[in-house]
Structures are given as structure tokens and as C-alpha cells.
Design a protein around this ligand. Structure first.
Ligand code: C5P
Length: 296
């Protein structure tokens, strides 16, 4: 059992960390409108928490600082994951599920995907089932393009529309600050706003790197959705400039389709100081000091 899971009073607690797109190239578009991607996805040591305990039917209660942004109805990804797993495994067991929502909603750091993946993992343990891994992956992909990555719990180079995962070498635990400038941008709208030629895939192998070398490798790559997202929500550009202006910042980028941005820092004390400075400067923004993790 890893540190990201715990048994509690007949139930299980599962960590659902934020995922970060360290870079994201849009390499093409399929006939069905989905975009082909090349992205290095990793995690940070901050996230939501899913708890499951035995019950006759499925239910969900949401708590935490971002609970207000979410409905606990059947459209919630957590309940969709749970009922999808019931069907897949052919079981009728229920579960009381609680979601502690610490991550801003619809913000490019995969909160909903992380919650769905954590629900699948926790319920497999609670219900003592081991579904076929390909079928589980299919269910994950149906729930959302980022759910398979969260299910893998390992930093990966992602291609296809999010279904092809190649594990990355262990990445350095680079100190980070996450900043969400309080604007929600819609994923399909950002994809639609992307114009121009597609990028090439550009995964790298030399990632047993120092913090500085990792930042250099990422600086040679882009988030192709950053410019379209900034055109829809200029606050994202403000967040990136402010992160870059902090001492010992190595790189600033947007994650996913935004609006959350991240900064990499050369040491944890500087990340802490930057987080404090940014939060004081703009109290309404969500600012979180953390660090990169490759596995959980
Ligand atoms: O699958 P997910 O819910 O993450 O995607 C939301 C929307 O984002 C999709 O309906 C699609 O419009 C867009 N998208 C895309 N290409 C991807 C992932 C998502 O165009 N690879």
C-alpha cells in the first residue's frame, strides 16, 4: 500500500493529486473533432481526497474549499466513475463517497479526472474487484481524456487524444507554485480557439535532470493552448508574468487548457516566498506552493 492510499473505518482514502501538463503540443485533429496531443503529464503533492465506505447504494458528499463549484448529482465524474465500475464489474454494491475538493474546478489541472481515477482505485479495493485492465482503461477514457493518466499514477508522455501513455523517467521533485487567476475557461472553447499549424511531437528521454535542466528542456517546448487561452482570458497572461517576476523562478507555463498556471523554482524556500508574495498581491487568486511528483 502506497502513501497515497489508506484504510479508514472499513473504507479507503485515496489521494487525487493535481496533474500538470509540463508541456503540451497539439499535433493534429481527428475527424470527430478531438485533438491529437503530445504532452508530458506529471503530478504535484497537492490535491483532492476521495474516501469510500461500504453502503447499500451509491452516494456522494462534497466538502472542502471548492465544494461550492460542484454538484453532487449523477453528472459528477465521481458518480459516473462509480456507476461505470459497477457495470463493468457486474456488481451491485454501493458506497458512501466523500470528495474533499481542494483543487479549483475546471482549471486545467485535472481535478475532475483525478477524482474519477481515485474513485475507481478506491472502489476496486472496497469492492475487492480486479477488473480487466484494458476494460478499466476504456472506462477511464470514456470518463475523460485525462482520466487514464490519473489512473496510471505515474508521470507519462501522452499521445493520441490522451489514451496512449508512455511512462516517463523519474522527474526531479522541482519546487512549484500553482496559480489560478479565478477565471474558468472551457476546454472545448480553448481547443476551438487554437489556430495555425500543428506542432510536432517532441518527447525527451533525458529527464533524469536537475531542476534547471528540466526547466531548460521544457522551455524548448510549449503549451500550444496557452495563447488561445490568454486570448479568451487575459488574466492568464497576468498570472504568468507575475510568476516569472518572482525570485528564483525557472519557468512559468499554463497547464492543460488553463486557467491554472505553474512556476518552477530553483528551491522550495523561493517557491514558498513566491506563493506568499503572489497571494498577498492578489488575494482573490488561488495560489498553492507544492512540488512535482512522478508517482503516487
Ligand atoms: O475528454 P474531456 O472531457 O477532457 O474533453 C472535453 C472536450 O475537450 C472534448 O469534448 C473536446 O472538445 C476537447 N478535447 C479535444 N481533444 C482532446 C481532449 C479534449 O479536442 N484530446
Amino acid at each position: 500500500m502506497s502513501g497515497s492510499e489508506m484504510v479508514s473505518q472499513g473504507g479507503y482514502t485515496q489521494f487525487a493529486p493535481a496533474k500538470i501538463n509540463l508541456y503540451l503540443h497539439v499535433t493534429g485533429k481527428r475527424d470527430d473533432g478531438y485533438h491529437l496531443l503530445d504532452s508530458l503529464m506529471a503530478f504535484v503533492d497537492f490535491g483532492d481526497i476521495i474516501e469510500v465506505s461500504p453502503a447499500g447504494s451509491l452516494s456522494l458528499v462534497i466538502s472542502g474549499p471548492f465544494a461550492a463549484g460542484l454538484e453532487a448529482g449523477p453528472d459528477n465524474l465521481v458518480l459516473k466513475a462509480a456507476s461505470g465500475l459497477q457495470k463493468l464489474a457486474g456488481v451491485t454494491y454501493g458506497a458512501s463517497i466523500t470528495l474533499q475538493k481542494n483543487l479549483p474546478v475546471a482549471s486545467g489541472i485535472g481535478g475532475g479526472s483525478a477524482d474519477a481515477a481515485a474513485t475507481l482505485k478506491a472502489l476496486c479495493k472496497l469492492w475487492q474487484i480486479s477488473p480487466n485492465s484494458n476494460k478499466l482503461l476504456e472506462l477511464a477514457l470514456e470518463l475523460g481524456a485525462d482520466v487514464p493518466v490519473c489512473l496510471s499514477s505515474t508521470a507519462v508522455f501522452v499521445s493520441g487524444i490522451g489514451e496512449t501513455l508512455i511512462p516517463a523517467e523519474t522527474l526531479p521533485q522541482v519546487p512549484m507554485v500553482l496559480v489560478n487567476p479565478g477565471v474558468a475557461v472551457s476546454t472545448p472553447t480553448v481547443f476551438k480557439a487554437r489556430l495555425g499549424a500543428f506542432s510536432s511531437a517532441n518527447p525527451f528521454t533525458n529527464n533524469k535532470a536537475s531542476f534547471e535542466l528540466l526547466a531548460e528542456l521544457l522551455a524548448e517546448r510549449n503549451n500550444d493552448l496557452m495563447a488561445p487561452a490568454i486570448s479568451l482570458a487575459p488574466e492568464i497572461g497576468d498570472a504568468l508574468s507575475l510568476i516569472s517576476s518572482c525570485q528564483s523562478n525557472l519557468l512559468s507555463r499554463m497547464s492543460g487548457t488553463g486557467a491554472t498556471c505553474f512556476g518552477l523554482f530553483s528551491d522550495q524556500a523561493s517557491a514558498g516566498a513566491a506563493a506568499e508574495k503572489l497571494q498577498k498581491l492578489i488575494p482573490l487568486w488561488w495560489v498553492q506552493e507544492t512540488k512535482l511528483i512522478s508517482q503516487y
